[in-house]
Design a protein around this ligand. Structure first.
Ligand SMILES: NC(=O)c1ccc[n+]([C@@H]2O[C@H](COP(=O)([O-])OP(=O)(O)OC[C@H]3O[C@@H](n4cnc5c(N)ncnc54)[C@H](OP(=O)(O)O)[C@@H]3O)[C@@H](O)[C@H]2O)c1
Length: 283
């Protein structure tokens, strides 16, 4: 993979940072240098040395989207449409990241060909972005769930609670698998270097799907904090009385057969979590 021909967009986000670590010689920009919602900015960008767009940019505030629909759609749909159009015009490969939120979570194992059934504004916007991406022939849509990297994320929040000796109440009826950005980057690199067929691929860590409450128990165990307890609650109870909360899919586990068939074996989420926590503690 020739790093110098890659453009990373959304470079300061969780995935963007991991992509920069993997591809240090790639051109990396965030909204300050390239606002994907501006067709002029995208058109006038210097594409002369670029062969691949790695789009890690997105509006990712799931609850915020409920009251900021226009902005969410502008970034996650119109912005992606701008990238898809330029990819077609310049014959570039577009790598884009989708979400389990494009589904309503009634199936316990989501395959790539499941029809969209989003519950929230964010979910609708991600489905729209997928549709725009697939309009350019050379595309990879990586559909992922519960992303953990260098940024604001669930594992860091729970580590922070443990630091403060808090025994939290955590939702136990949403089930899925964590996806460490290192795995997403490894999957992107795999698809590109193997020249896998273009299309949509589910990517998460592997292992037994678990609830947020169970993941919290695992985090506390790995931290050696067996003194802390985790009390189960339902999504309905947890958000009762709170306003502008986006509905969440209850079943988020993604079927990983398709990417496995290309020769990629996702790492178990528990093994990856252990490594992540050790690195966080060493900081
Ligand atoms: N986080 C999850 O649990 C999760 C789950 C499933 C799928 N995903 C998907 O995974 C991808 C990466 O997520 P992440 O957690 O790494 O996101 P993130 O940390 O929120 O980063 C998103 C980045 O996009 C940038 N951005 C926003 N608007 C932009 C614009 N108009 N032009 C250019 N850049 C813009 C942001 O920059 P500014 O701060 O400057 O706006 C930010 O650096 C996204 O597509 C997300 O939808 C995430």
């Amino acid at each position: 993979m020739d790093d110098t021909k890659l453009l990373i967009i959304g470079a300061y986000g969780q995935l963007g940072k991991a992509l920069q670590a993997q591809y240090p010689d790639a051109l990396a920009v965030d909204s300050d240098k390239l606002d994907i919602t501006s067709p002029e900015a995208v058109n006038n960008f210097d594409w002369s040395n670029i062969t691949h767009i790695l789009n890690a940019a997105a509006y990712t505030n799931v609850d915020g989207a409920e009251t900021n629909e226009a902005l969410c759609m502008k970034i996650n749909v119109a912005g992606v449409a701008n990238l898809s159009e330029i990819a077609s015009k310049k014959d570039l490969t577009l790598v884009h990241i989708s979400s389990d939120y494009v589904f309503d979570g009634t199936r316990d194992n989501h395959t790539e060909d499941e029809e969209f059934s989003p519950l929230s504004v964010y979910g609708r916007s991600k489905a729209g972005g997928d549709t725009e991406t697939t309009k350019t022939p050379k595309h990879y849509v990586l559909r992922t769930s519960w992303v953990i990297g260098d940024g604001h994320n669930f594992v860091r929040i729970m580590m922070g609670l443990a630091d403060k000796d808090v025994s939290p109440t955590v939702v136990s009826d949403q089930v899925g698998r964590l996806t460490f950005t290192s795995e997403l980057v490894r999957a992107i690199d795999h698809l590109l270097t193997k020249s896998a067929p273009f299309g949509t691929y589910n990517v998460s860590n592997s292992g037994k799907p678990a609830s947020w409450a169970d993941i919290t128990r695992e985090i506390f165990k790995l931290l050696g904090r067996d003194d802390l307890t985790v009390t189960d609650t339902t999504t309905l109870e947890y958000y009762a009385g709170k306003e502008n909360i986006a509905p969440r899919p209850l079943q988020s586990a993604l079927n990983l057969d398709k990417i496995r068939a290309t020769g990629f074996e996702p790492r178990d989420w528990q093994e990856n979590l252990k490594e992540y926590i050790e690195k966080e503690q060493a900081k």
